[in-house]
Design a binder for this molecule. Structure first.
Ligand code: TXA
Ligand code: MG
Length: 313
């Protein structure tokens, strides 16, 4: 592998230049986005993409999101129907990933895991944007964690997850929204929800004029959603009013514990804090984690989606 320059460095001009250099040479670099940190490689380089799968321990059936600089680059990789254009206008740059018919022969085949579609998103984070612009090509980037574990919202989470195998990490501070992108499958006539995330179902409905159906199983689902996901290293108990013995309690609003997602009961703040608090709680030496109930509206639905999967793990 080409990851000679490892460690955590600042996401300043020098850091961005080093990231572009390593990516152009076929390396892997962890980069901040507005959702979670991504483990990025040149999406057109088969060896670099293969290295992402190896490093994460990611099943080969689970395709990657390609991060683009905008609609123009997106068009190189996928058919872009008018409805995609409209969604891009409203939600890009930002946490909306669109699954579209793949077009590019320039993408490494593993990026799409053999599917006829490709997942595209334009990230809002300036560091990610500058790296894509500097490389001049799309970046394949899954979340920068070992497959199945908690997602990384801080540079240190990436380093902890991969330990001595960690690639270069550009530290852009804690990520803003804290929960992965919403994924939609864009069909010719309708849009379906594959993963709840930073863009809420209500946001989408407002612009689509209908409530998109959430597809949780079947051939169009996001393959990654069927796998064990987001699990902390100790059992997680949901909708808990208080901790049992040996458990850490994560509060929300009026329910207080040694940790909290949001004292004031803000769902946005809870999404921002979710993975960082779970990382802290699992590292605090407890035998389990108990979580206060989270209202199931807006971004709360995305939080509960992650929590349900984490509790299942
Ligand atoms: O916010 C995010 O989306 C972050 C940042 C780094 O951009 N990325 C992320 O990637 O969460 P990852 O690999 O952890 O999750 C991507 C999901 C997986 O569940 C995968 O199955 C799904 O996207 N996916 C990728 N390509 C797909 C396709 N062609 N059709 C259906 N699902 C797809
Ligand atoms: Mg992930």
């Amino acid at each position: 592998m080409v990851n000679k320059g490892r460690g955590i460095i600042a996401a300043d001009a020098a850091g961005i230049a080093e990231a572009i250099r390593q990516l152009a040479a076929g390396g892997i670099v962890a980069l901040p986005t507005e959702t979670v940190y991504g483990l990025a490689a040149d999406a057109s380089n088969p060896d670099a993409v293969a290295a992402i799968y190896r490093l994460k321990g990611r099943p080969a059936i689970n395709p990657l999101i390609v991060h683009v600089s905008g609609v123009e680059m997106a068009r190189l990789y996928a058919d872009f129907p008018p409805i995609a254009e409209k969604l891009a206008e409203v939600f890009w740059p930002g946490p909306l990933t669109m699954v579209l018919p793949v077009r590019a022969v320039t993408l490494a085949p593993q990026v799409t895991a053999g599917l006829a579609t490709v997942a595209l998103r334009m990230p809002a984070h300036p560091v990610m944007q500058q790296v894509i612009a500097g490389l001049g090509r799309g970046l394949a980037a899954p979340s920068a964690n070992v497959s199945g574990r908690l997602s990384p919202t801080q540079a240190a989470h990436v380093a902890q997850s991969f330990e001595e195998r960690a690639p270069l990490v550009l530290d852009g501070g804690p990520t803003e929204s804290g929960i992965e992108s919403t994924i939609v499958a864009v069909g010719a006539d309708k849009v379906r929800l594959l993963r709840l995330g930073g863009v809420t179902a209500e946001d989408l409905a407002r612009h689509l004029g209908y409530q998109p159906e959430l597809v949780e199983n079947g051939e169009v689902s996001a393959p990654g959603m069927l796998l064990r996901h987001y699990a902390p290293r100790v059992p997680l108990r949901l909708n808990a009013e208080a901790a049992h013995e040996g458990e850490a309690y994560i509060g929300f609003g009026p329910l207080k514990g040694e940790f909290t997602l949001s004292d004031s009961g803000s769902l946005e703040e809870a999404a921002h804090n979710l993975f960082a608090v779970l990382h802290e709680a699992e590292s605090s030496g407890v035998s389990g984690i108990a979580m206060a109930p989270i209202p199931n509206t807006g971004i709360g639905r995305s939080i509960n989606d992650r929590l349900t999967r984490a509790a299942r793990g």
